[in-house]
Design a protein around this ligand. Structure first.
Ligand code: PGA
Ligand code: ZN
Length: 439
């Protein structure tokens, strides 16, 4: 079948933080797709370019320029192309703006078209998106991902309540995705109870739905999360483990790392030793962005010291094959966070997943702190067999849109004869979280 693109439309919408973002609809022969792109707060300097208007409208955050680029240059570039061939669509988008990071038209404009075309192709083929994406992987079988669920928030997502940006629970002992979500819910509720008992309010939540409180130290937050796991009737480490996203680029202060909430500043070696100590004391299985985005030397030290757990590069790799290839070459990190809007196209994100899986790096598909009600990220995790997914907490509709989609996919597959869940036996051997990769 062919699904020639007949029409591309775009408009300005709002994301979950209330900031403007690009929405796009693509019509093809026999189908249509619509996508609204997400946006980060603790963005990496090396991410593809998010085009904003400046000026007074929406405090300068308007995206009418990016929307106009979709309606003109990008619409012209992809009209008449077969959306069944995602590579051809993305090549046409690249040809329309060959600058690095889509600096002319904006990666927010490009991703909106790339995603909407992908959704339109699946629609025209009358298959669920995850099946369409799996078919593009030589018929890979769908794999439900192990979720990483935000419980406590700090950094740029919570007004700097605590230095580390995300404290997450990873339900490594759950037998199914649905059970993993229920366990994460229990841990979040127990964490809220503990915070209430300590006199912190829990009614207000951070950008990703996590609880935010001015803990006395980052360790105090780790202690509370570990206690919450116990209080949920789960065994810390074997049923439910802990992951953190330090988002350390936000802590960089010259050649040191500043922990503002603790009034301390540490050199990279000292900081890595501190993180290693946290790993020894708490059931931590994954550390994201322990060092700054350009501190390759610090990252090498961190990988040596912390490589017994998952060392996950977000702002370091920014979903960029060249940066990931350098990491693989130099033995830096052992896992990559994949955010489609850091690179700008569906194919670009796919290439990073492929390179990681070929190189023995784990892959964690991730939402942004500024999200939308779209759920394509869930299908992407399943179809591409990323093994892990991170979309924030178990509340706020822009988060539950993704969890709910995954719950539905698991239920559908179970009814059709059985689902495959990456979290089964996630802790064995040692720490290969979410058993990603080819079927
Ligand atoms: P961001 O945060 O979307 O604000 O970049 C998510 C993350 O750091 O993983
Ligand atoms: Zn991150």
């Amino acid at each position: 079948m062919t699904a020639l693109i007949t029409r591309v439309d775009a408009w300005e919408a709002l994301d979950s933080r209330g900031n403007p973002t690009v929405a796009c609809a693509v019509e093809v022969a026999g189908g249509q797709g619509q996508a609204v792109v997400p946006s980060g707060a603790s963005t990496g300097a090396h991410e593809a370019v998010e085009l904003r208007d400046g000026g007074d409208r929406y405090g300068g955050k308007g995206v009418l320029g990016a929307v106009a680029n979709v309606q003109t240059v990008l619409a012209e570039a992809v009209t008449g192309i077969d959306a069944d061939d995602q590579h051809a669509v993305d090549e046409a988008l690249r040809a329309a703006d060959p600058t690095p990071g889509f600096g002319q038209v904006g990666a927010n404009a490009v991703l909106a078209v790339s995603l909407a075309a992908c959704l339109a192709a699946a629609d025209a083929e009358r298959v669920p998106l995850y099946r369409w994406l799996a078919a593009g992987s030589a018929g890979a079988t769908p794999l439900l991902p192990l979720p990483m669920v935000n419980i406590l928030s700090g950094g740029a997502h919570a007004g700097g309540a605590i230095d580390v940006q995300d404290f997450l629970v990873v339900p490594v002992g759950a037998d199914s995705f649905a059970q993993a979500v229920e366990w994460a819910w229990r841990v979040r509720r127990a964490a809220a109870d503990l915070m209430d008992a300590a006199g912190h309010g829990t009614a207000l939540v951070a950008d990703e739905g996590g609880l935010a409180a001015p803990f006395a130290s980052n360790r105090a937050a780790l202690e509370l999360l570990t206690q919450a796991i116990e209080r949920s009737g789960l065994a810390p480490g074997s049923d439910a483990a802990v992951a953190i996203d330090v988002a350390a680029t936000q802590l960089v202060d010259g050649d040191r790392y500043a922990l503002a909430s603790e009034g301390r500043s540490l050199g990279a070696d000292e900081w890595v030793a501190e993180l290693a100590d946290w790993c020894a004391r708490f059931p931590i299985v994954s550390i994201e962005d322990p060092l700054g985005e350009d501190d390759w030397t610090g990252w090498a030290t961190a990988t040596k010291a912390l490589g017994h757990v998952q060392v996950l590069g977000d702002d370091l790799f920014v979903t960029n094959t060249e940066r990931l290839a350098r990491g693989v070459e130099e033995g830096i990190a052992n896992a990559v966070l994949v955010k489609p809007n850091q690179t700008g196209t569906v194919s670009g994100a796919r290439r990073v997943v492929d390179l990681a899986q070929r190189s023995g790096y784990a892959t964690v598909l991730s939402a942004r702190s500024g999200e939308t009600e779209d759920a394509w990220l869930a299908d992407m995790a399943v179809g591409w067999r990323t093994g892990q997914i991170k979309v924030g907490s178990v509340m706020r509709s822009e988060r539950t849109a993704k969890w709910n989609r995954l719950l539905r996919i698991e239920a559908e597959l179970d009814r059709a004869g059985g689902s495959d869940y990456a979290g089964r036996g996630a802790l064995e051997p040692a720490i290969r979280l979410g058993a990603p990769g080819a079927p």
